[in-house]
Ligand binder design. Structure first.
Ligand code: ATP
Ligand code: MG
Length: 255
């Protein structure tokens, strides 16, 4: 049984087909790339999987069970974590507390009630382990709003990991990052995968996609136009055409 099964998924916004009969599966232990030009429907796909938008048609099953009618907190409790294209940690909380709040989310329906009772030795220890794993220990007392983007993105991943997901949805984690920051973040994503967490990765940087992903699904104007290994996707004429002359990028991207 696939970890995630997307079947005939469609989404309309006022007559616009943001997703059109999209089907694919994600398996345990893989990094599955989701690529496609701007407006292809990638973020919409994540918004449906994570329960933010209802689908217009089709099915999404996680570990064999339909999750389409679940609310975002139910989906996350079931084991699907996510980060957002635009980072959104709590700006006035420090890194440690940002992660602590995410731990509270496991147990409390109301986020705002969760920090107090959660300042317990055992939870703080779990937070420390996660800070270490994600390379965030040096920043733990800094307010999230003062951090550079690369570290903020790391905090987002740490917050998602605090929910102990089986599947992590990452929306353009390397967007806006310089090469070194992006490389460090990709190292973290690889570590996450090696711990048995599957990853769906939306990513524009082809170098990153080709290096990191076991398989790639390509969306264009809401439809799946290709699926396969990085090697087959790289040379697929339909994919190259969808990127409208960006074929050079697909082959030769440097940074
Ligand atoms: N809430 C919404 N209401 C109306 N239209 C929307 C909404 N969300 C997305 N869309 C439209 O759906 C289409 C797909 O958008 P989506 O954000 O999923 O694309 P994307 O592949 O993530 O693009 P990008 O690479 O620019 O992030 C776009 O035409 C977008 O304008
Ligand atoms: Mg997007």
């Amino acid at each position: 049984m696939a970890l995630l099964n997307i079947d005939g998924l469609s989404k309309e916004f006022d007559g616009l087909r943001a997703l059109d009969q999209v089907s694919f599966t994600a398996e345990k232990g893989e990094i599955l790339g989701i690529i496609g030009p701007n407006g292809a429907g990638k973020t919409t796909l994540f918004n449906i999987i994570s329960g933010i938008y209802p689908a217009s048609d089709g099915e999404v099953a996680f570990q064999g069970k339909s999750i389409l009618r679940m609310k975002p907190h139910q989906v996350s409790r079931l084991g699907i974590g996510r980060t957002f294209q635009i980072v959104r940690p709590f700006p006035n909380l420090n890194v440690e507390t940002n992660i602590l709040v995410a731990y509270g989310h496991r147990f409390y329906p109301d986020l705002w009630n969760s920090t107090g009772p959660f300042r317990r030795a055992d939870t703080l220890k779990e937070v420390q382990i996660l800070l270490e794993k994600t390379g965030l220990q040096p920043y733990q007392k800094q307010l999230a709003k003062n951090l550079p983007l690369g570290i903020k993105k790391r905090v987002e991943i740490a917050r998602a990991l605090a929910l102990e997901p089986r599947l992590l949805l990452l929306d353009e984690p390397s967007g806006g990052l310089r090469f070194e920051e992006s490389a460090r973040l990709m190292g973290l994503i690889r570590t996450v995968r090696d711990q048995g967490i599957s990853v769906l990765l939306i990513e524009h940087n082809m170098q990153v996609v080709m290096d990191l992903c076991n398989r790639i699904v390509v969306l264009d104007h809401g439809s799946k136009i290709a699926e396969g290994s990085p090697e087959t996707i790289r040379s697929n004429p339909q994919v190259i055409e969808a990127y409208l002359g960006k074929s050079v990028r697909l082959e030769d991207e440097e940074d």
